[in-house]
Design a protein. Structure first.
Length: 366
């Protein structure tokens, strides 16, 4: 079933609607995550609560409700929040790693790749990434703004197959359940259209900034990137384990289409190759017959000027274009590592972005 799961926990789930963290409930959520982790699944936590926790930690000071006050709360609360995640995962012998992102980290291709590489490396080393927005420094222009949308970006970055949006509501209803007793839970949504959006209204829950509307936006992004999305109540018993086991809990938005196909279209869509590399016959065989990534050892020439994250063409010795993909190294780096073994990259450049030049997931064979 699911292998890589992003668990987004809203402030309302972490505080239980009170002004402070509900520690026993956090431990319970971690227990469920740890059980899945032990089955070999990759878990990513997208946590809210920094601002709420900071406010509580400082004793609810009477300060003007400005952006900088909230940033101050976030600075205090984030470290406290992180201590708690660290402590609770440690009960199960699991390491966590903090990543604080902003929109700027995912919009810019080079930074996107950097963030993605870090996230993948944490997961490869069985460390649970704990992610929040970098609220202490994020200004309006570079902010995602709510952790629903942030968790959708994280799902895309990590190529997750399930995004759990855990909140204080059991899911999406046909009407507002707080005011309408006839409201029915919708178990599955296949199309997020205007009618569905109208059901979400502008609802905002408690201390957090998101509501059903931002959850639908997030669901739309994540399912296009190939993840199933489930909105469910974070306080329902065993909610994480039950959803991962395939039980129908909350509202499910099935993934839209084959994510690899999507990525490939993205590599092609209106992207001009900024440069080319020429590869030898051995590398061509590795790509075509063995489904491998492109390594520096197989490259014989580099043309054009490109950055990390640019699309490049991959040519055979006779100049025929064989493939297209996203380069993890700049053209000037590549000039220096042409023909080298991957374990020589760092020695030569003084740094490295991994062993491959174009990863097979970022590659289309022509
Ligand atoms: N990043 C915010 C925080 O940690 C939460 C945003 C949200 O609740 O969506 O306080």
């Amino acid at each position: 079933m699911y292998q890589r799961i992003v668990v987004k926990l809203g402030t309302s789930v972490l505080t239980g609607g009170t002004p402070q963290l509900d520690h026993p409930h956090m431990v319970e959520l971690v227990r469920q995550c740890a059980a899945l982790y032990r089955q070999g699944k990759d878990i990513i936590i997208c946590t809210s609560g920094a601002i709420a926790v900071g406010r509580h930690r400082l004793g609810f000071p009477d300060l003007p409700n400005t952006v900088t006050t909230k940033q101050m709360f976030a600075a205090v609360g984030q470290s406290r929040l992180m201590q708690m995640w660290e402590r609770y995962f440690e009960i199960y012998g699991i390491h966590v790693g903090q990543m604080l992102l902003t929109r700027a980290d995912v919009n810019n291709r080079k930074r996107y790749l950097n963030a993605r590489d870090t996230l993948q490396t944490l997961l490869e080393n069985r460390i649970v990434p704990v992610i929040n927005e970098n609220d202490a420094v994020a200004t309006e222009e570079i902010k995602v703004g709510d952790n629903d949308n942030l968790s959708a970006l994280v799902s895309t970055l990590s190529e997750a197959d399930l995004l759990l949006l855990l909140t204080d509501q059991p899911g999406l209803f046909t009407a507002d359940p707080r005011t309408n007793p006839d409201a029915q839970l919708i178990p599955e949504v296949n199309k997020i259209d205007e009618t569905v959006k109208a059901l979400a209204g502008g609802s905002v829950s408690g201390l957090g900034v998101g509501g059903m509307a931002t959850k639908l936006q997030a669901a739309d992004v994540a399912r296009r990137a190939g993840a199933d999305v489930v909105i469910a109540a974070g306080r329902a018993p065993n909610v994480i384990e039950r959803i991962v086991a395939g039980e129908s809990v909350g509202t499910r938005f099935p993934a839209l289409e084959n994510p690899l196909e999507n990525r490939k279209r993205w590599i092609f869509a209106g992207r001009k190759a900024r440069g080319c590399v020429v590869i030898d016959a051995g590398a061509a065989r590795a790509l075509f017959e063995n489904g491998r990534s492109l390594l520096p050892a197989g490259i014989t020439a580099v043309t054009g000027t490109f950055e990390r994250g640019d699309t490049i063409c991959i040519e055979g010795a006779n100049g025929q274009e064989l493939a297209r993909g996203i380069s993890r190294y700049t053209s000037s780096d590549l000039q220096k590592i042409i023909g080298l073994r991957s374990d020589q990259i760092e020695e030569r450049l003084g740094y490295g972005y991994g062993t491959v030049v174009v990863h097979r997931n970022d590659l289309i064979l022509l």
